[in-house]
Write a protein that binds this ligand. Structure first.
Ligand code: ARG
Length: 471
């Protein structure tokens, strides 16, 4: 008989059991479900709702159930629908009818909301830690490439030269904001819904704060209807995960481009590339492509969750069972990508010479010629037009700015003097952008320093949280 079978005269249709069961995926919550139950049963005893003897039996029983689920010995069934009822059934098998006291003052509605939060807060810490490794690998590449000049692009057209270290550190800051978003969301995840009951609270004299204390929460969800009916913390996670995926995907796109023969700026290590079954010469950036591709499923989960929630009346509705697979899949998708990314970046070979060569073969120092004329007193709008003519002249001659003679320069403006040749070299051009956040070497060094300080803070945050989230 079902745990809730009392008011029914017929068993559920087998297809209904299969269709409504969540055990196939919510078994991932087993550890957290039991973590929550251990705190709940202790609280029931402390509040005088069940005896010490009963609480001890249930506690022992729950630990045995946890071990049996962990080892695969316990049989989880669709007939018991979800992880909550499977655990309860196994508990009763283990300790007898006293196991039936565990669910006093609790509903699966507040229980599942609790489990989701316990799961997610661990996932947040894991993801922040993995993001830290990616940030570190990017920082290492940044440090190793403080003299590597490459073409910087806008519209994928060569624009102005930048240091490759500057480009790498740009991603460190993007991922830093991702880390901060996850950290900020942690405080909204880390609230206890337990005690909300099915929707209205409970008649038992429970102590919600006791559970908060035991499980390391920052407080309770203040409204019982809200506690069991919202999954905004899941949406928020999926939105943050979508941004992480966006950032990863943009970097992937660059890695794919840079490793093409057309760019030839980097070579990915053999360990992180794959071959073709037909074309022997191929070395494909599959990992980068797949990470880029998996962005679609992460965005999909965000849209899915938002859509599931949008028409739901308060409080709990079975629709909300759809909150799990997308969240689990997103956590695993991101973990997989981030774990590969750090060593892939770390082992990436940067072809400095090719980047330098590319910079020499473009007009990315044109702004500097215009700025030079401004330095000699010409209004910028005017110098922009003059340099446009110089560039056009060069294009017609099949030349670049540094190929021109002083006489040729002077035929466009007699403000140009011998010092122009030094002013237009890639190194001068880069180091002239000596503004906070700019691409000059000393400015990139500042950025690296700032980023390293952030990474240190992130590590401290992780250490702080790790002590409270252990299941
Ligand atoms: N498996 C359910 C879920 O994930 C647990 C909550 C069920 N509550 C209920 N009243 N049927 O949402």
């Amino acid at each position: 008989m079902k745990l809730w079978g009392g008011r029914f005269t017929k068993p559920t249709n087998e297809l209904v059991d299969e269709y409504t069961a969540s055990i196939y995926f919510d078994k991932k919550l087993a550890k957290y479900d039991i973590q929550g139950s251990l705190a709940h049963v202790e609280m029931l005893n402390v509040c005088g709702i069940i005896s010490k003897e009963d609480a001890d039996k249930i506690t022992e029983g729950l630990k045995k159930v946890a071990a049996k689920i962990e080892s695969g010995e316990a049989e989880l069934s669709a007939e018991s629908e979800d992880i909550h009822m499977n655990v309860e059934k196994l508990l009763i098998e283990e300790v007898g009818p006293v196991g039936g006291k565990l669910h006093t003052g609790r509903s699966r509605n507040d229980q599942v909301a609790l489990d989701m939060r316990l799961y997610l807060r661990v996932a947040l810490v894991d993801l922040i830690s993995l993001l830290g490794k990616v940030q570190e690998s990017l920082l290492n590449q940044a440090k190793a490439n403080l003299d590597t000049v490459m073409p910087g692009y806008t519209h994928l057209q060569r624009a102005q030269p930048v240091l490759f270290g500057h480009h790498m550190s740009a991603y460190v800051f993007m991922f830093q904001r991702d880390v901060e978003r996850l950290q900020d969301s942690f405080k909204r995840v880390n609230k206890s819904p337990l005690g909300a009951g099915a929707l209205a609270g409970t008649t038992f004299p429970i102590d919600r704060e006791f559970v908060v204390e035991r499980l390391g929460f920052d407080g309770i969800c203040e409204n019982s209807l809200d506690a069991v009916s919202d999954r905004d913390f899941v949406v928020e996670f999926l939105a943050n995960a979508s941004l992480i995926s966006t950032h990863l995907s943009r970097l992937c796109e660059e890695m794919v481009q840079w490793s093409s023969a057309e760019f030839n700026f980097i070579e990915l290590d053999d360990e992180f590339t794959t071959g073709s079954s037909m074309m022997p010469q191929k070395k494909n950036p599959d990992v980068a492509e797949l990470v880029r591709g998996k962005t679609g499923r992460v965005y999909g989960h965000l849209m899915g969750m938002l859509t599931t929630l949008k028409g739901l009346p308060l409080a709990y509705n079975k629709d909300m069972q759809e909150d799990k697979e997308g969240m689990f899949d997103t956590v695993e998708t991101l973990k997989g990508a981030l774990a590969l990314f750090a060593p892939m970046i770390e082992s990436m070979q940067v072809k400095k010479e090719n980047m330098h060569q590319a910079v020499k073969e473009d007009f990315s120092n044109a702004t500097d010629l215009a700025d030079y004329l401004v330095g000699k007193g010409m209004p910028f709008r005017e110098s922009h037009a003059v340099v446009g003519q110089v560039v056009l002249h060069c294009i017609n001659q099949g030349q670049y700015l540094l190929d021109l003679s002083l006489e040729e320069f002077q035929s466009f403006s007699n403000l140009i003097e011998e010092d122009i040749f030094n002013a237009l070299t890639p190194e001068t051009v880069v180091n002239a952008r000596n503004v906070a956040g700019g691409t000059a070497k000393n400015r990139v060094e500042e950025q690296i320093e700032k980023a390293s300080a952030y990474l240190k803070e992130n590590k401290e945050w992780i250490e702080d949280k790790e002590t409270i989230i252990q299941a």
